[in-house]
Design a protein around this ligand. Sequence first.
Ligand SMILES: C[S@@+](CC[C@H](N)C(=O)[O-])C[C@H]1O[C@@H](n2cnc3c(N)ncnc32)[C@H](O)[C@@H]1O
Length: 254
Amino acid sequence: MTKKADWERFFDGHAPVYMDNCFTKNTVNEVDFLIEELRLKPGATILDVGCGTGRHAIELARRGYMVTGVDLSTGMLAEAKKSANKAKVAVTWVHANSARMPIDQEYDAVICLCEGAFGLLGRGDDALEQPLAILRGVAKALKPGARCLFTVLNGYRMARRYSQADVEKNTFDPLTLSELSEVPNLRLPATMRERGFVPTEMQLLFRTAGLYVLHIWGGTAGDWKRGQINLDEYEIMVVAEKKRQTRLPARRTR
Ligand SMILES: C[S@@+](CC[C@H](N)C(=O)[O-])C[C@H]1O[C@@H](n2cnc3c(N)ncnc32)[C@H](O)[C@@H]1O
């Protein structure tokens, strides 16, 4: 990666204060939830896509799991490395765009939390192809029968929050369920695009990538639960499983 992508520049700038966000304050409970929902056995291998400052990766490593964290932002990864050193745990950190995941190992579980890449569209990214590329990478990185857990922006909330005036002002794109925003302090062009998703589309995208959706729940960071989606909450949670390889019975020959 030579020229920095918009989201990389954004998160590089945000990295030193990322952990001040109130939604980062429930990591220990979120990791309890992950261990249960992903059915993690002691010592399991986990890939954290869009790991950010490594808050889940480090807590998982503290509990004995073997974790790899992938992120686009060197700033976020630098914070992650500092925290891992402080916690005296080993995590493998990979600097990469997860739409082109350079991972050739199969893991026992994959997590992609708090919009870790999924739905954060780069300049020129196609609103369907980018999430699909991430999901294909996730499917490739999972052992057959293993699970992944995503939290993504809730498309219903976006549709209810924005008005027709926002569509005309080009701050909400109803064709791609995307918010467009300017980040003036970083002098970025107005191309920051965040995509929301609705459950039917999630099922189709996951299925296309070879991942079978087991649950779709509400699940905003800091308040995860196994419950109904609230139309106005920030995020949706998806739990899916990689299809097991089925062997076709050998064809009988006479
Ligand atoms: C809101 S943070 C979430 C971090 C972490 N998963 C958490 O729950 O706190 C989103 C992260 O996704 C990373 N990211 C954005 N686009 C990415 C991409 N295409 N590939 C890999 N990481 C990406 C950002 O750098 C940022 O660290």
